[in-house]
Design a binder for this molecule. Structure first.
Ligand code: ARG
Ligand code: GLU
Length: 719
């Protein structure tokens, strides 16, 4: 009996209270919950050094970079560092055959040569505030979920208006702990952000998808940008008159390096995690949904890869698509393995047993029914979640390309169907559409799309239950005796979306009369048949189940926090600024193997292989290596490249500053190690490691490789 109690206790602590180094913490609550532990781990600064509104603090040097990454300021002239994979779109947009910055790298030799970017913003947090009471004013347990959402939206709007009334800030209210707490974020957004420098992809993406999500790693995953402001240091749209932005704070850079056990902190914008879901959710994604999603992506990757290997031009065309498909695919595979190794489902179930015992003893609460309700919802949810995601995979997420692109023309159709056609507008729309199709055809290889389309249609038919099958399958049975390939051949032969000239002529000549022809195009017919299924058979039920889950998640979260009153909880990631702290640490990925905590230039040379695209080392880097021309970045006869630590991070943390005990920049976060990617669902301190680029490799590359040493002059380097 005693053993059982102890086991129960351990399982409770293990699965719900936070483990060493686990957690993505709220900046304004560090003083209350974390600073003591941080200092115990070696941190020498205070909570106010991280977040403060009365004086400059670290938060003033961290930005949301673009739509989903983090970046940090490293000079008092607005210089910013983020990942190469975060700057990729900007670098690509300036690249042409003559100036191929992706392949060759780019270094603006002076501020005049820095390149401006449309649609690239950086966002600073000015202040945040707990606004739970205001947001939930008028909300009670008895009102419907819709009513609740309505009230919350209204209250939030009021708070946002108030916060932005007499200033140029942008504000947001965000839910924490699944709607149990709300915070206001007041942000300052800068839109003139210029490209300063980037290494060649052979450095910035070294290892490519082969090494992605893996340690040991040798990727020089960084790029440099500069924020510009008007003469008053205020945000302004691009203008040649703008001047480099003077931030309140920038990170000093330390070249002192790292040792096992050193304190590290990551300060950035983790996107989303699911730490508090019930065992049913883990079962659903590991047993039902993700294995199917992995399969469909394996199929896509195999097809694309075969064409890429046969033709270097196709390899370039499909490189970004391949990387996008591969990234989550690989993470899902690792996640299932990691959860399995952790016995995550058993742990959750043990926790739930104890929770249930407690819940039934809470007289006035509805907690006792939560798990049963979950069980009921998840009985159906998996099927809908799978159908929903599979359909997205077939069409929207790098699925059937021409079929997806056919729907772009619906906007034109709509414009002509309206009662009062505005012909100026339709002309504008035509030009816009042609631009959209230009982008589409630029990276389009029809043989791939044709093979993909047939393969994805077959797979959808085999894997997804009949109730979600679009009419197309009946049509294929009738007209093509069920031969999907033959049907796809016909679609590609007849559709105008597979032929640029035909399509552009059709757009130029588009009028009311074209609508009928458009509606009969077989690619669009196929698109619409899936869309109908989505609209009628998937979305309504999926949305209803989702709403039920939202409510359950909120209640379960509140119940867990009550149940483990003494534990300190951190909220799931929601793309708001968070602190993760931990230590530099080696790990044992599997029996008999130990990974050390850093990599060096030696490893890059070891991997060098001109026959493997991901492992081609630029000649210049090899020359520097052979001549041991490491300058002051030399450590033990080589140059440090990457390191690992136990910081709890996720997607969105890319580009985040990694600082040492003194708050000095020692690295730039860019990935997690394979054995620990299940940390979005359950953290394992033994296996979870974030991967950072060692800042000394950045300095070495800027100085020695790029000959852009002038950039170092504006940094604050502590040797
Ligand atoms: N795995 C990293 C992150 O999620 C890097 C992704 C980009 N690199 C790549 N080879 N696909 O997002
Ligand atoms: N590469 C990820 C990103 O783009 C960070 C890695 C992770 O998921 O931890 O945000």
């Amino acid at each position: 009996m005693r053993r059982i109690i102890i086991l129960l206790l351990i399982s409770v602590i293990y699965s719900s209270a936070t483990k060493a180094n686990e957690g993505m913490w709220i900046p304004i609550l560090l003083e209350k919950y974390n600073i003591e532990e941080m200092q115990k781990l070696g941190f020498k600064l205070t909570a106010e050094d991280i977040y403060c509104i009365n004086q400059a603090s670290m938060k003033d040097a961290v930005v949301i970079f673009g739509g989903g990454c983090t970046g940090e300021l490293i000079s008092d002239e607005g210089l910013l560092i983020t990942n190469h994979h975060c700057g990729y779109g900007a670098i690509q947009s300036h690249s042409s055959v003559e100036n191929d910055y992706l392949t060759n790298g780019f270094w603006a030799s002076s501020k005049d040569n820095e390149l401006s970017n449309k649609n690239l913003s950086t966002t600073f947090l000015k202040r945040m505030e707990d606004v739970t009471d205001l947001v939930l004013e008028g909300v009670s347990d008895t009102i419907s979920e819709n009513k609740r959402a309505e009230i919350i939206a209204k209250n939030s709007e009021k708070i946002i208006n108030e916060a932005t009334r007499d200033n140029h800030y942008k504000a947001k209210v965000k839910a924490f702990f699944h709607g149990n707490q709300y915070f206001l974020f007041v942000n300052e957004v800068f839109n003139d952000v210029r490209l300063v420098g980037a290494p060649p992809s052979a450095i910035g993406k070294f290892g490519g998808d082969t090494d992605n999500w893996m340690w040991p790693r040798h990727t020089g995953d960084f790029s440099l940008f500069r924020i510009y402001a008007d003469k008053n240091n205020q945000p302004a749209d691009y203008s040649p008159d703008n001047v480099p932005f003077k931030p309140l704070k920038h990170f000093p850079i330390s070249t002192k390096g790292i040792e096992e056990g050193d304190f590290t902190m990551v300060f950035g914008f983790p996107g989303s995690t699911e730490q508090y879901v019930p065992s049913y959710h883990l079962k659903m994604i590991t047993e039902k949904v993700n294995p199917e999603l992995i399969d469909i992506r394996t199929k896509k990757l195999n097809i694309i890869k075969r064409y890429q290997e046969a033709d270097p031009a196709v390899r370039i065309q499909y490189a970004a698509k391949y990387a996008r498909i591969s990234n989550s695919w690989k993470r899902w595979i690792g996640e299932i393995k990691g959860l399995d190794k952790l016995n995550a489902i058993d742990k959750k179930e043990d926790f739930e047993k104890d929770f249930q015992l407690w819940a039934t003893q809470q007289p006035n609460q509805n907690y006792a029914t939560i798990l049963n309700e979950y069980k009921e919802v998840y009985t159906n949810y998996g099927e809908y979640d799978l159908a929903y995601n599979f359909l997205l995979e077939v069409i929207y997420r790098n699925g059937m390309e021409a079929v997806k692109a056919s729907a772009y023309l619906n906007s034109l159709k709509k414009a002509y169907e309206s009662d009062s056609i505005d012909y100026n507008k339709t002309e504008e729309l035509k030009q816009k559409l042609k631009k959209q199709y230009d982008a589409f055809f630029k990276d389009y290889h029809q043989p791939i799309d044709k093979e993909l389309t047939a393969a994805l249609l077959s797979m959808y038919k085999d894997r997804i239950s009949n109730q979600f099958h679009p009419e197309t399958y009946a049509f294929v049975n009738k007209k093509y005796k069920g031969d999907i390939k033959e049907y796809v051949d016909a679609v590609f032969a007849k559709s105008m979306f597979t032929n640029k000239d035909v399509l552009y002529r059709f757009i130029d000549d588009f009028s009311e009369k074209s609508i009928k022809k458009l509606s009969k195009d077989p690619a669009l017919v196929l698109f619409e048949s899936f869309y109908e299924v989505y609209k009628n058979n998937i979305w309504p039920k999926y949305k209803t189940l989702d709403a039920k889950l939202n409510k359950l998640n909120r209640n379960y979260m509140a119940a867990q926090m009550k149940y483990l009153q003494d534990a300190v909880f951190y909220p799931d990631a929601n793309f708001t600024l968070r602190v993760s702290y931990g230590q530099v640490k080696s790990y044992i990925p599997r029996d008999g193997v130990k990974y050390q905590n850093y990599t060096t230039l030696d490893g890059i040379i070891e991997k060098d292989n001109p026959d493997i695209y991901d492992y081609r080392v630029p000649e210049k880097l090899k020359t520097l290596y052979n001549n041991k021309d490491f300058g002051k970045y030399e450590v033990n006869g080589t140059v440090p490249v990457c390191f690992i630590a136990t910081n709890h991070t996720t997607g969105g943390n890319s580009g985040s500053p990694v600082v040492n005990a003194n708050g000095e920049l020692i690295g730039v976060n860019f990935d997690r190690a394979w054995e620990g990617v299940m940390s979005d669902l359950m953290f394992n301190p033994e296996q979870c490691r974030n991967i950072s680029l060692d800042i000394r490799y950045v300095l070495f590359l800027v100085d020695k490789f790029a000959g852009a040493g002038y950039l170092l002059d504006e940094m604050t380097i502590i040797e």
